[in-house]
Design a protein around this ligand. Structure first.
Ligand SMILES: *Cc1c(COP(=O)(O)O)cnc(C)c1O
Length: 363
């Protein structure tokens, strides 16, 4: 018998490995710093909306996520018709690739760009093309040098996961200006709420001023709603139209829509999380540097840490942390074998992490 065979490209996909959440044999307390989730929880208003939403689960959700789009539009002073919601921003990455690239087309991103760009590109039968980074940061000239007449999309996560690095406003503007107009530039700003640097911009500007740029956002990171799967894209009208044609009609659940509406109005919660992250990001980075590890500058809620190549390597560090009930993220899927990505946690979690790594380095 001949088995059905999948489309070209599918079998070359290495499935995405999510951050671990359990440790075999450990039934005690676990510290999970592996998925860049919000260690401080979620807005109480969003949690209330989820509980109340349980009363209405017999109904289909609003297929256009209209109220949620209105809330987003109001918060950022943009037209709701240019916002499209997705089942996480992951889904929107996939929809954009499917809408704009197929067999014979190329999708471009940087060497350590977020892994889902590659996976969705392969799933669409298109060809992933990667440009070398410079000291763990996307390199605009290297990206531009990889552009061909077959390039359809360029994805940039700003800041990027897993490196935590970013392109400045000036660099992003130059990238857009030098990129041929027919190429869709997608700025994935999953962590932008954590950032307020004067030379950073999350992509709003370029969507306002060009016809070929999309910004992606998510409720999974600073809002602490990862389980609900809510992302959104701010795009030119014609691109919103393309995504709306191919997305599932009920792609965002009703409970997720209600929680998103509540969460986006709770600026107090966001400020609290941001203040916490600002100081602990600095503290964790400093403490790990002090014990001899290389910590890459990050502007998000995680750090990429490079370990020595001797017996204090990343694999040994990871095993040691697991033995202490601490889960961080291996990033070998990115080709980063000497590195671990560590999410900023609560005060207690950060202190436990640093204590454990101190013990590891000294042992
Ligand atoms: C976490 C993350 C996403 C995915 O977020 P979801 O909305 O949960 O799908 C997208 N891009 C980057 C860079 C991320 O780190």
């Amino acid at each position: 018998m001949k088995n059905p065979s999948p489309k070209n490209g599918i079998m070359s996909i290495s499935p995405y490995v999510a951050g671990k959440s359990e440790i075999a044999g450990n039934n005690g307390k676990i510290i999970k710093l592996s998925s860049n989730e919000n260690s401080l929880g979620a807005s109480p208003l969003a949690i209330k909306a989820v509980i109340e939403g349980a009363e209405n689960i017999i109904r289909y959700p609003d297929s256009g996520s209209l109220e949620l789009r209105n809330a987003i539009a109001k918060r950022y002073n943009i037209p709701a018709e240019q916002v499209v919601c997705g089942n996480g921003s992951d889904e929107l990455i996939g929809l954009l690739v499917n809408g704009y690239a197929g067999e014979g087309d190329e999708v471009l991103f940087s060497e350590y760009g977020f892994l889902m760009y590659k996976i969705y590109t392969q799933a669409a039968g298109a060809t992933p093309v990667m440009a070398k980074e410079n000291n763990m940061c996307a390199d605009i000239d290297a990206l531009l040098a990889k552009v061909t007449e077959r390039t359809k999309i360029l994805f940039i996560a700003n800041p990027n996961n897993p490196t935590g690095s970013y392109l400045t406003t000036e660099e992003l503007n130059r990238l857009r200006a030098e990129l041929p107009e027919h190429i869709l530039l997608v700025i994935d700003a999953a962590y932008s709420e954590y950032v307020d640097l004067p030379d950073y911009s999350n992509g709003f500007n370029l969507v306002h001023t060009t016809e070929n740029t999309v910004m992606l956002r998510t409720f999974s990171k600073i809002y602490g709603l990862a389980a609900l799967r809510i992302g959104w894209a701010y795009c030119p009208k014609n691109i919103a139209d393309v995504i709306n044609r191919i997305r599932g009609p009920f792609n965002v659940s009703a409970i997720a829509q209600s929680a998103g509406i509540a969460a986006i109005q709770d600026q107090k919660f966001l400020d609290y999380v941001k203040t916490h992250n600002n100081s602990w990001l600095e503290w964790v980075s400093g403490a790990l540097t002090e014990i001899g590890l290389q910590v890459y500058d990050s502007i998000a809620n995680f750090v990429l840490v490079e370990f020595p190549k001797n017996n204090k390597n990343a694999k040994a560090a990871n095993d040691f942390l697991l033995s202490k009930g601490i889960i961080v993220r291996e990033v070998s899927g990115y080709g980063l074998n000497e590195h671990l990505r560590i999410t900023i946690g609560t005060k207690e979690e950060n202190e436990a992490l640093v204590a454990a790594l101190k013990e590891f380095m000294a042992s």
